[in-house]
Ligand binder design. Structure first.
Ligand SMILES: Nc1nc2c(c(=O)[nH]1)N[C@H]1C(S)=C(S)[C@@H](COP(=O)(O)OP(=O)(O)OC[C@H]3O[C@@H](n4cnc5c(=O)[nH]c(N)nc54)[C@H](O)[C@@H]3O)O[C@H]1N2
Ligand SMILES: Nc1nc2c(c(=O)[nH]1)N[C@H]1C(S)=C(S)[C@@H](COP(=O)(O)OP(=O)(O)OC[C@H]3O[C@@H](n4cnc5c(=O)[nH]c(N)nc54)[C@H](O)[C@@H]3O)O[C@H]1N2
Ligand code: SF4
Ligand SMILES: [Mo]
Length: 754
């Protein structure tokens, strides 16, 4: 393709991206006659972008939605967000508790009172007979902060088990691992406003266009507004995101680590690094995690010369030089990444290598220059990561293995010393294995649908069918596959039928206010958990919360004085403002756009001798890691010669229990499909729309062919939203050794015409 044609196509893609986000500027109204009586502020139910919304209410019913002009999205919503009202008003809901008397019996209505008694008896019985580690919580980055906080407290302090995990393990765990091993503290230092200042975007393993549409529009606008702004996309698929790129590196799946080392090699060889920065603010760690020198780092990089890596990645060598130079030479480079990086057995290491590029070049802690991990779910950051609602962590950056941290939490929670176990609980994959083995006897699953979304799904289904287990699912929609395995289903108030906080990808906490009443028998989950805990014998003082606001006030206290300090975000303030970014230590503090920077971050003393202070690290230096490239857990071979990956589509949210209720969204992608490169299709004799049999070492299934040049040759891709095609039966459950996040992005497959 000649360069003017390429430029023309890119400009078209830019214009389309910007237009796509402009439509919903107009408020979505259910019908022309429904002019709302009042507008109530909240946050979109879907992605980690965390757009502010305002819900229009008339006669107690939600009738309209529009973007909040005062939040970061400046009034914009993508199509999914602007079509939330039909989901909220869908009659297809779990409207009362349901109970299954025996494993093969149908779910039948049961009263709340009986349901909670029964559940309490099962959990109490398991703990009394088999010990605290026989029960578990499997939560979600879509729960409200207050719900995750209460569940964590009940299990870790009330039941005395750390078997508390959730779907952020499938999603953000590797990003957490990356930030904590490089900077000593989790969460990005930058904010979305960096997008408006960046002059180079390095987007790796993120299809921002479909997964974070409102942020993508902001990137596209930035690119269109100022000539010379560069976008580099590194993704084995030619996604909508890559259409606006100046450079699309379509490398072999799983070779990102080699690519980024080669970029570092070029940066050092061309003297495009920033020694003033790394000399002062960085340190080097070798393969064993021991301190090392720049000379040793350079020697390590000799395994990753551009020529060697071009062969590993199966890309032209010139692309490596161009990417490295563009990244280093720009005035402000921002990296954005998501599941293409995190969902890998080398997920943490891949995160580290992104940070390496920023530390070598000093593209960090300046407006527009930042390594920014995009967050998947709306409250994975606020509720689960910051809240410490995983099996190895405690609230506000504390760790279960740290005696001082346990002691702090025991004091704050008012429980006896030694109450909190010093052993990490099960991570997600291990938790479901323990369920299968009968080591976990009773489990609550809340606001997540693991029977569709966990990897190696046949194994998971077998575990969930264990006759000795008791599974409670708190689930809003009756079509969730998980309900097939639930012994008890509890009916929750949905989205803006209850109030609570979501914390999105830029450290912004924002309140979702209650806009409408839930169906009569649907209850706010905070109340459900409190009621359950009391009946299960948890000290009532531990759960003395009348409502979500009281939970919020306790959580503010628990984080006070930590590096997550958001004490200044009172409920009243959150009612007035459209979200605030922590740290925000007092009520007059405006929130923090740039962490670790003197004069910006309230945790850096104003008289600190250095401009930047990485206070998360004992030596105040961030780490440049030597992490070797190793490849995927299951690479293609003679028997299974192709790569298989999985991805999202713009119209659906995960398991489509919500987006599946909206005809406009269903139309574009009603069913699963498999993307195949034309050459791979013709080798296998497959034509457009043919049924293709996909076989992996775990299972096989037939999907209709979508023959397209989106995938690199040798790679096929499937979406995972379709409940009728549980593609996760095909994927393996190998996990990253540090983050324990599964490798959803890569396994080996063979295809044939079905
Ligand atoms: N529409 C929509 N938006 C969503 C969601 C949704 O369900 N629907 N879910 C939200 C959630 S929870 C999440 S976590 C995010 C996920 O957001 P993304 O991570 O952007 O979405 P994915 O499509 O899962 O994967 C991104 C890309 O990773 C690429 N990839 C595959 N293998 C590799 C590799 O080896 N290296 C690299 N660099 N890339 C690779 C894939 O080709 C794909 O284009 O989206 C959020 N937003
Ligand atoms: N193959 C493959 N698999 C993947 C991934 C991938 O990239 N590839 N990505 C992984 C990632 S990153 C993620 S985050 C997970 C997501 O996986 P899940 O969290 O399992 O998927 P969701 O469909 O978001 O599940 C949310 C559930 O909560 C229910 N719900 C909605 N609102 C409410 C409410 O207010 N209260 C309650 N109690 N329930 C409610 C919904 O109906 C739905 O059943 O999937 C993972 N699985
Ligand atoms: S970009 Fe994400 S948060 Fe914003 S409206 Fe769309 S789905 Fe909602
Ligand atoms: Mo996610």
């Amino acid at each position: 393709m000649n360069s003017s044609r390429r430029e023309f196509l890119r400009n078209m893609a830019l214009a389309a991206a910007i237009a796509a986000g402009s439509g919903p500027l107009r408020a979505f109204a259910a019908s022309q006659n429904d002019s709302p009586e009042k507008w109530i502020k909240g946050v979109c139910r879907y992605c980690g972008t965390g757009c502010g919304v305002i819900v229009g209410v008339k006669n107690g019913k939600a009738v309209a939605i529009k973007g909040d002009p005062n939040n970061h999205n400046a009034g914009l919503l993508c199509l999914k967000g602007s079509l939330l009202i039909p989901v909220l008003n869908s009659p297809d809901r779990v409207t009362q508790p349901l109970y299954r008397k025996s494993k093969n019996a149908p779910l039948e209505p049961i009263s709340w009172d009986k349901a909670l008694d029964l559940m309490a008896a099962k959990f109490r019985g398991a703990i009394d007979t088999h010990g605290p580690n026989s029960v578990a919580w499997y939560g979600s980055g879509q729960c409200l902060t207050e719900e995750s906080y209460v569940a964590n407290k009940i299990f870790k302090a009330g039941f005395r088990t750390n078997n508390v995990d959730g779907n952020p393990r499938l999603c953000m765990a590797s990003a957490v691992g990356g930030y904590t091993t490089t900077f000593g503290k989790d969460e990005p230092m930058g904010s979305y406003s960096d997008i408006d200042k960046a002059t180079c975007f390095f987007i790796i393993g993120s299809n921002t266009s479909e997964a974070h549409p409102v942020l993508f529009r902001r990137i596209a606008r930035r690119k269109q507004a100022e000539p010379g702004i560069k976008v580099i996309v590194a993704d084995p698929r030619r996604t909508n995101t890559s259409r606006i790129a100046d450079l699309h590196i379509q490398f072999r799946p799983g070779t990102d680590l080699a690519l980024m080392h080669a970029m570092a090699w070029v940066i050092l060889h061309e003297e495009l690094d920033n020694p003033r920065f790394w000399n002062k603010y960085a340190t080097f760690m070798n393969l064993e995690g021991k301190p090392a020198t720049m000379e040793e780092y350079k020697a390590f990089l000799e395994d990753y010369t551009p020529a060697k890596v071009a062969a590993i990645c199966n890309i032209p060598e010139a692309q490596i030089w161009e990417a490295a130079k563009t990244f280093a030479e720009s005035t402000a480079s921002t990296s954005l990444w998501c599941m293409g990086i995190n969902q890998r057995v080398q997920g943490v290491a891949a995160n580290n290598l992104i940070h390496n590029l920023h530390l070598l070049t000093g593209h960090i802690c300046r407006p527009g220059a930042t390594p920014f991990s995009l967050t998947g779910q709306p409250n994975a950051c606020g509720g689960v990561r910051d809240g410490g609602v995983l099996s190895h962590i405690l609230p506000a950056g504390r760790s279960v293995t740290n005696p001082k941290h346990r002691e702090e939490m025991e004091t704050l929670w008012g429980v006896a010393p030694g109450t909190i176990s010093d052993k990490p609980g099960y991570h997600t994959v291990a938790m479901f294995e323990a369920l299968g083995k009968g080591d976990i006897k009773a489990m609550i699953i809340c606001e997540t649908n693991p029977a569709q979304t966990l990897p190696n799904l046949n194994k998971v289904h077998k575990a969930m069918a264990n006759p000795d287990s008791f599974i409670v699912s708190i689930e809003a929609f009756p079509d969730a596959i998980t309900l097939r395995y639930a012994d008890l289903v509890l009916a929750p108030a949905f989205w803006c039928e209850r109030d609570g906080v979501y914390g999105c990808g830029e450290r912004r906490y924002a309140l979702i206010e209650k806009a409408v009443e839930p169906p009569a028998q649907c209850r706010p989950t905070v109340n459900t958990l409190v009621e359950f805990a009391k009946r299960a014998g948890v000290d009532p003082k531990l759960v003395a919360f009348a409502n979500a606001e009281e939970v919020w006030d306790e959580w503010r206290m628990v984080a006070k004085g930590t590096t997550y300090d958001f004490y200044g975000m009172t409920r009243d303030r959150l009612r007035k403002e459209s979200g605030l970014l922590w740290p925000c230590p007092d009520e007059t503090h405006p929130g923090t756009l740039l962490r670790y920077v003197r004069g910006e971050d309230p945790l850096v003393p104003l008289d600190h001798p250095d401009k930047i202070f990485f206070y998360g690290r004992p030596d105040a230096r961030a780490v440049i890691w030597m992490r070797p490239h190793k490849g995927a857990a299951e690479e293609p071979d003679a028997e299974f010669p192709l790569y298989l990956t999985s991805m999202r589509v713009i119209d659906h949210w995960h398991t489509a229990t919500m987006t599946g209720k909206v005809p406009e969204l269903m139309r574009a992608n009603p069913h699963a499909f498999v993307e195949i490169h034309p050459e791979d299709a013709s080798t296998a004799g497959i034509a457009q729309g043919d049924s293709v049999m996909l076989e992996t070492r775990r299972d096989s299934m037939a999907l209709p062919a979508r023959i397209t040049e989106v995938c690199k040759k040798g790679l096929v891709a499937v979406p995972f939203f379709d409940p009728e095609k549980l593609v996760n039966k095909l994927f393996l459950d190998a996990t990253d050794p540090i983050s324990r996040e599964p490798e959803y992005k890569i396994c080996a497959v063979r295809i044939r015409k079905a």
